[in-house]
Design a protein around this ligand. Structure first.
Ligand SMILES: C[S@@+](CC[C@H](N)C(=O)[O-])C[C@H]1O[C@@H](n2cnc3c(N)ncnc32)[C@H](O)[C@@H]1O
Length: 354
């Protein structure tokens, strides 16, 4: 059971939330001005005088940021020496933390003020700060920098880690033709081509993304094995073609509301035969090993609200299984938390009773 907070502790927790956004930016400044790295390189600690002397930042700025960082546990000051804490170390060196921080700062931060509006309107009202698109997906490949790099680093960091183990699962039955739905830059498709020289792939995505995927496939000399099918899966008139041995959806269904997911899965249902296997790769927030993973996934849902499309989120595994069933598929195998990633794979077949 959670320990009950005293009123004093609860008031302190509430202030952390009240001032959270400003402390976040103070850490960005500490990092970008090189102060965190400089302190980190002095394992035994370093005096404020030395920091002021060595770095091209005002004494005022250095003192201010160090005081802020001490309050939030990023730095500690003992006997006149400033040292980096474990939390500070993760902010500076840990890849997942670095990617999450950049994603927050470059993609989400400015738009986060539009949270209430986005929920009221069911639209990503924060997205306006990056561009004039109905959803972020129409703009992904043409996002302004540094938002574009931070978005793709975030997306790839999470899915890349899952691919090696996922390849073993998907290729158990020797598929000859895979449809990569929402294939984005083509990373999964290229991994499949490398894994099995006999497989062919069709990438289905919005036209703006396919341009990039096609360019990447050209550079890799894979145009004879990968083809491209422009599709807007929110448009019910546009059908997924038939003929796939495997329909692959990686970090894709979380881009949609529950109703849209059922509609997209029904589209996959009409495209599938009894032999087709549908694989869904998702990080489900309720079956994570580490609290940091669950926390990050719940935060990612907030990104979907303000920046992505205003109506999607990360799902729990049971909710996704229900949606799969509603669309006419059954989950025949669940591969929870594959590899060293945060993802599970749902292996699905058409239900025979539909
Ligand atoms: C979060 S990315 C996932 C990319 C990749 N599958 C991965 O695992 O990293 C979602 C992809 O879905 C595509 N997408 C979003 N909305 C779509 C729509 N309405 N129709 C087709 N594709 C869409 C996006 O363009 C993007 O490439």
């Amino acid at each position: 059971m959670k320990k009950e907070l005293s009123a004093i502790e609860a008031k302190y927790e509430a202030q952390k939330i009240a001032f959270g956004p400003m402390f976040f930016q103070s850490v960005i400044a500490l990092r970008d001005l090189g102060i965190l790295e400089f302190i980190s390189s002095h394992r035994k600690g370093v005096s404020i005088d030395t920091i002021v002397e060595k770095l091209d930042v005002s004494e005022y700025g250095i003192n201010l940021l160090i005081e802020a960082a001490e309050v939030i546990g990023v730095l500690e000051v003992e006997e006149g020496k400033v040292k980096i804490t474990k939390t500070g170390f993760f902010l500076l060196k840990d890849e997942m933390t670095r990617i999450n921080v950049n994603f927050m700062n470059d993609v989400c931060y400015m738009g986060a003020k539009a949270m209430t509006d986005s929920i009221v309107k069911g639209k990503p009202e924060g997205l306006k700060v990056l561009g004039d698109w109905p959803t972020i997906y129409e703009g992904l490949s043409i996002l302004p920098e540094p938002a574009k790099k931070s978005w793709f680093d975030f997306d790839h960091y999470y899915s890349d880690g899952a691919f090696p183990e996922a390849l073993k699962i998907v290729f158990r039955n020797n598929p000859k033709l895979i449809f990569d739905i929402g294939g984005n830059t083509g990373k999964w498709s290229f991994a499949c081509c490398e894994h099995d020289p006999n497989v062919n792939i069709k990438i289905l995505d919005l036209p703006v993304q396919l341009k990039v995927a096609k360019q990447n496939a050209t550079e890799k000399g894979l145009l004879d094995r990968i083809d491209f099918h422009a599709i807007d899966l929110l448009n019910t008139e546009q059908k997924i073609p038939q003929g796939a041995d495997v329909i692959w959806m990686s970090q894709f269904l979380d881009c949609f509301s529950k109703e849209e997911i059922v509609q997209i899965l029904k589209n996959a249902f009409q495209a599938a035969s009894a032999e087709t296997t549908l694989y869904i790769l998702e990080p489900f927030f309720d079956n994570q090993q580490y609290p940091a993973a669950q926390y990050s996934l719940v935060a990612t849902s907030l990104y979907f609200t303000i920046m992505a499309n205003g109506n999607s989120k990360m799902y729990s595994i049971d909710v996704m299984k229900d949606l799969v069933k509603t669309a006419g598929f059954e989950v025949v195998n669940t591969y929870p938390l594959i590899g060293d990633s945060y993802h599970s794979v749902l292996e699905c077949k058409k239900r025979l009773d539909v």
